[in-house]
Design a protein around this ligand. Sequence first.
Ligand code: 6PG
Length: 252
Amino acid sequence: MEDQEPEVNVSRDLEDLSEKTAEFVIRSVMDLLKRQERVSVALSGGATPIKLYQRLAIRSIQQGIPWNRVHLFWGDERCVPPDDPDSNYRMGYSTLISQVPIPKKNVYRMPGEKGPEAAAEEYEKTLRAFFGASEEWPRFDLALLGVGADGHAASLFPGSPALKEQKRWVVAPYVEKLKVHRLTLTPPVFNHAALVLFLISGREKAPIVRALLSSVPLQIFFPAQMIRPVQGRRLFFLDPSAASLLDRGGRG
Ligand code: 6PG
């Protein structure tokens, strides 16, 4: 069970949301680097983080983030080559990675082009090499997540067998509604992160946000509700539309 109350930040609009989230990420990374050698961040895909990554690139240069001590991963990926328009890596590369002096070896791409199962197995090996093969679960310093209007997070979709995974760190479920396989970190991996940051924009996500921040159990269950860090923080950075069904206290 989550041990801390979720923290909710509502911005003026998507620009403000991206700016405020970029500032928060930079501050968090700088704080962490005062007490540890490196920082691990799992990036989200989708469209919402595009502006965030662009701001992050600009602000991180201005504020002197030592990118050689930052390690970037992905929370999920499509089973496509890195130059495919659908690739989450491609989006992260064009908006952030190509704009900052991060060493190539610090960027851990999910090899979507290798086919679902082979890619999942290879990425799990990559994570175990970084976090320690003897660890039961990796502990990301920061995991960025978006949510879909159906309540998915990363590529954890409603009804997916991945929702029940309790051993593997990376799986490649078939997503019925999309008729494709996806690569995704599993719920326990996200729930062992030190900080999970949901970045959510748009009115169509408001019912999901309300469910995620509801203090009472709801009948409908969304996969994103499974993401509750066991010893970590769950933060929400929302635009007004996504927050439109919350009460004044920022609760569902
Ligand atoms: C992906 C993402 C996915 C995304 C949500 C929200 O690979 O598409 O990881 O989980 O975060 O679908 O997407 P938007 O930000 O485009 O609404």
